[in-house]
Design a protein around this ligand. Sequence first.
Ligand SMILES: N[C@@H](CCC(=O)N[C@@H](CS)C(=O)NCC(=O)O)C(=O)O
Length: 288
Amino acid sequence: MVQLAKSDIATQEVLDWRGIHLLHFSGSTCSKKIRMFLDFKNIDWVSHPVNLVKRENNSDWFMGINPRGLVPVLVHDGQVHIESNDILDYLEQLYPDPPLMPAECSAELAELLQTEDAMHVDLRNLTMRFTAPSKLMQRSKEQLQQYENTGTGRVGGEADSHKAEELEYWRNFAANEGITEAQVIESASRFRQELDKLERHLEASRYLLGNTVSLADISWSVNINRILLAGYPLQRLHPRLWSWRQRMLETPAFSREAKAPFLQTLIAKTILVRDKLTHKTLVDIAGI
Ligand SMILES: N[C@@H](CCC(=O)N[C@@H](CS)C(=O)NCC(=O)O)C(=O)O
């Protein structure tokens, strides 16, 4: 559970916020997980959009709330929570009905959520390469410097090492002018491996942890929707997951978040047309 200490937070006004507040971005997969949960459970919440394209997440105000500069952030009665899977877990304790945490498979659920979180860099690699223009995503030295110097740099009352990982990612991105083919191959292959494991979960059940939906389904479905947008051949490589996704789409709370925003879809389609001409689609590069 990643809950911030008061000393981590520079934007102290949030400490007075009552109820459920979510700082989020429409196209962010991690934000989608939380919106799906809130929608599914019919929970009232206050929306605070943070535009990642305009880099509002690196403003003094936002960095004063989450020193990592990432969405989503949940503020509940003045307590600040980050890390989407931890937020799901926290909200599930708060709103257990209808249950999304099957008691008999809590260890398996924890493992599935952990693996999902560990795939975030791979998801980001495929997102950045196939659904966004690299030039627009690239961060200048000055922007990275500003990011480095803003916020308390502390999470949970301690110096945070995650910010250094973010900085390294974006410095490499700038140095390589985007995502390299080697990164695409590696990330696609990791997805293939992990999705093969998920495929086995679906051999005898409708959802990842049995016959009712759980937090694992919410968490993984946003990744799967995103890699589909990037051109990953889900139906061919993982037919059970394909059918599971169709099943997820039958629930309005999940289907509402399945579609990418119009602009992102348009950009991904344009990139696909370009990559088809040069034989550089995800399928071509990763050889899958
Ligand atoms: N492990 C974190 C990842 C959070 C994250 O990377 N969020 C992305 C959006 S999905 C973000 O805020 N990106 C903004 C940026 O990199 O500047 C979580 O699950 O919440």
